[in-house]
Design a protein around this ligand. Structure first.
Ligand code: FA5
Length: 340
């Protein structure tokens, strides 16, 4: 019997030694030491032995098992080390290789022009104020001298939010919020999104405006014209001309729309300026005395100038984009062309 045990042990050691992978080694372990392995089989023959022989037999089997367990652990450790080394050798990383190209983000063209315009007006002493996108009817219209049923409400197709609230149709309500909260002299700009029921190549349902308001003693149309002409020259180049056309806004008196000379054709006339040589930018005027009074400011002591313009229009001129709707489509092929 002892010879048989020795034979199995030798056989197992040989197989363990020949194993090339941990998996193969494990299979050999099962073959000899597993539940139905060679040692379990040989233990079955114990019943044929005399009671004197049995303890010695059991001892020999256990000794052989210990030898094999030790051999298994050693071989398994060697194979694992070998496998890790092979893996490290085949999967080595060249840290000197260039990394994957990162998608770099760019600023949205509207943000670029908005920030640039805010910077220009900041240099003239204007500081930023913001207002809510959903406005009370009062701030969007009535406080701006546009009472209910006034025909001027038709000028701006409005998205209504319930009875008394609207998505603001312009940034002019920021004028009112500021005059209610602050005492003159006031010199503020209010940038932000505005909404109108409007959509074609030069009109979007959501677009951006910047409002400017300056309230002080002896503010005149000369201040208004000088400020807007300066802003246009800074934005579009020193040879840019500015034109004012008499117009009507219920919250300013007198009122004027302002245009800049077309930079695409040097005022010869082209598709971008509708062959007129001029591109419309926004509305302006001296704050109506009634609006000052409604906001608690004495029009006999203080005067104000105000203007508001569309950032998308400015961006069209700045970047030569001829369809305003491209600005809100979020197409990376379009957006990636702008500087970061
Ligand atoms: C106003 O919104 C006045 N609140 C401006 C103002 C402020 C006048 C202060 C006097 C004093 P208007 O509706 O004209 O005015 O719009 C101003 C500018 O916004 C337009 O000249 C144009 O540049 C831009 N704009 C108007 N509608 C759209 C639109 N649907 N899509 C893109 N830009 C638009």
């Amino acid at each position: 019997m002892s010879i048989k045990i020795q034979e199995i042990q030798d056989q197992a050691l040989k197989k363990f030694d020949s194993a090339k992978t941990s998996k193969e080694l494990y299979d050999f372990k099962v073959e000899f030491l597993g539940k139905s392995g060679a040692f379990t089989e040989i233990m079955k023959s114990m019943k044929d032995l005399s009671s004197d022989e049995r303890p010695l037999f059991g001892k020999k089997v256990n000794e052989a098992k210990v030898v094999l367990e030790d051999a298994y652990i050693r071989k398994e450790r060697d194979l694992k080390t070998k496998e890790i080394n092979e893996k490290l050798a085949s999967e080595w990383l060249d840290l000197t290789l260039p990394g994957p190209v990162q998608d770099k983000s760019t600023q949205h063209p509207i943000s670029l022009v908005l920030n640039e315009t805010v910077n220009i007006l900041s240099r003239l002493g204007y500081s930023v104020r913001l207002g809510p996108l959903i406005e009370k009817d009062f701030y969007n219209f009535e406080a701006l001298n546009i009472p209910k049923d006034h025909p001027a409400r038709e000028m701006q197709d409005t998205f209504y939010v319930g009875e008394n609230h609207v998505l603001r149709t312009h940034t002019s309500p920021i004028q009112i919020h500021t005059m209610e909260r602050e005492k003159p002299p006031i010199r503020i700009i209010g940038p932000g999104a505005v909404f109108r029921v409007d959509s074609d190549v030069s009109h979007a349902p959501m677009f951006h405006q910047i409002e400017a308001l300056y309230v002080d003693r002896k503010v005149s149309m000369a201040d208004l014209k000088g400020t807007i002409a300066f802003m246009n020259r800074e934005l579009f180049g020193s040879d840019t001309k500015t034109r004012f056309r008499p117009s009507f806004f219920p919250f300013t008196e007198p009122s004027a729309e302002f245009d800049c000379s077309c930079p695409f054709c040097s005022m010869k006339g082209c598709r971008m300026c509708g062959h007129s040589g001029w591109i419309e930018l926004g509305g302006s005027g001296l704050v109506h005395p009634h609006v000052l009074k409604l906001s608690g400011i004495d029009p006999m002591e203080w005067q104000g100038l105000a203007f508001g313009f569309g950032i998308e229009r400015m961006s069209v001129i700045k970047f030569g984009v001829d369809d305003i709707r491209l600005f809100c489509e979020n197409d990376r092929r379009f957006l990636d062309q702008f500087p970061s």
